[in-house]
Design a protein around this ligand. Structure first.
Ligand code: AQP
Length: 329
């Protein structure tokens, strides 16, 4: 099991948590799990070095606060394991130009940035992601729906490598929970909640002040109807709020529809604001506690990297031998 999260923007948002991190926490109990802060992926767009350093710690602290336990999983920073980039070069040499150019995230982000500001790194980023997964010979990758296409590329490259050089990699599956695969923007419930959203009002940042969180939920865009019913096409805003409520409380959507029958949207929003703030308040506190002790945090990450490197180095040696590199004496 392998997954990663970017340290950009400091705070994770509720989409990151419900779509990915929540599953990571559950899966560490049953799987040999590798989770990382993908700081290498964070420099495909211009970054401030001091901010990146700070945000990498903030990201690791949030993962611990969310419930990752370094005794149950391997938690590390991607840049601490150089084998990722070494394998990535091999992956790049097995990936067609057209295959990389078809990646939706590349197309969207490069269209926004324009050719002059789009880096080669943004183009080859999926190859690094393939390497991130294959280096641990992962079988499953818990992610949100937006990552499905990168997973498809990973499967293609794993099969290609296996058939060209002999069986080396399992062909990994995306582990995507249908209900939370895509959490939507509160202001524009047709698009996914995203760090690069047009307005911060649409994103629930986990490190926001609880008051801000409550305000954002109460001003979420809904519809002109009054019935609280799950209908993704006709009622995207209400459906999104029901999904968040249901996931955080463990109540089914059907039960919620019954509970709110005859009540207005205000009742649902008020309750949800309380549920989310009750969740984020201790989360923020735990994150801060980890950040208050950076030495311990750094030691934890160093230990994680050491464990990860032991596995990654073995895979890389196998791959180098299979592609025909002469071993260094
Ligand atoms: N809205 C979402 N719903 C469900 N899952 C989501 N993920 C992201 N947004 C949602 C999942 O979170 C994990 C970590 O994602 P990432 O570090 O790659 O973050 P991201 O995709 O860069 O997040 P953003 O906010 O969408 O950033 P931009 O705007 O830069 O693209 C992944 O498993 C992802 O699927």
């Amino acid at each position: 099991m392998l997954s990663g999260i970017q340290p950009t923007a400091g705070s994770f948002h509720l989409g990151n948590y419900l779509g990915a991190v929540r599953q990571w926490v559950a899966l560490q109990e049953s799987h040999d799990a590798y989770y990382m802060v993908v700081d290498l992926h964070a420099i495909t767009v211009p970054q401030d070095p001091a901010e990146l350093r700070a945000n990498s710690r903030v990201a690791a602290a949030q993962l611990l606060a969310a419930g990752l336990d370094p005794e149950r999983c391997t938690l590390f920073l991607q840049s601490h394991v150089p084998e990722h980039t070494q394998l990535s070069w091999v992956v790049e040499c097995l990936t067609g130009f057209g295959e990389a150019a078809r990646m939706t995230q590349f197309k969207d982000k490069s269209a926004k940035q324009g050719t002059d500001h789009t880096t080669v790194g943004l183009f080859t980023y999926p190859a690094l992601m393939v390497a991130d997964i294959l280096i641990y010979r992962a079988h499953q990758v818990p992610v949100g729906e937006d990552q499905r296409q990168h997973l498809e590329l990973t499967r293609t490259i794993a099969e290609r490598f296996n058939s060209r050089f002999s069986h080396t990699f399992p062909v990994p599956d995306a582990y995507i929970l249908k209900e939370t695969a895509k959490i939507y923007d509160l202001q524009d419930p047709e698009v996914k909640m995203s760090k690069s959203a047009s307005t911060p009002k649409g994103i629930i940042d986990l490190l926001d002040e609880p008051k801000t969180t409550a305000k954002k939920i109460k001003s979420a865009v809904t519809d002109t109807d009054t019935v609280i019913r799950f209908d993704r096409d006709k009622k995207p805003g209400i459906s999104n709020l029901l999904t968040i409520h249901s996931t955080l409380t463990g109540t089914t959507v059907e039960e919620l529809e019954e509970r709110y029958a005859g009540k207005g949207y205000g009742a649902l929003k008020t309750d949800l604001a309380e549920i989310v703030t009750d969740w984020v308040t201790p989360f923020r506190q735990r994150t801060q506690e980890f950040l208050d002790d950076p030495a311990t945090l750094d030691t934890l990450l160093a230990r994680g990297a050491e464990k990860a490197r032991a596995v990654a180095a073995e895979t890389l040696a196998d791959v180098y031998e299979k592609v025909g590199f002469l071993p260094a004496k």
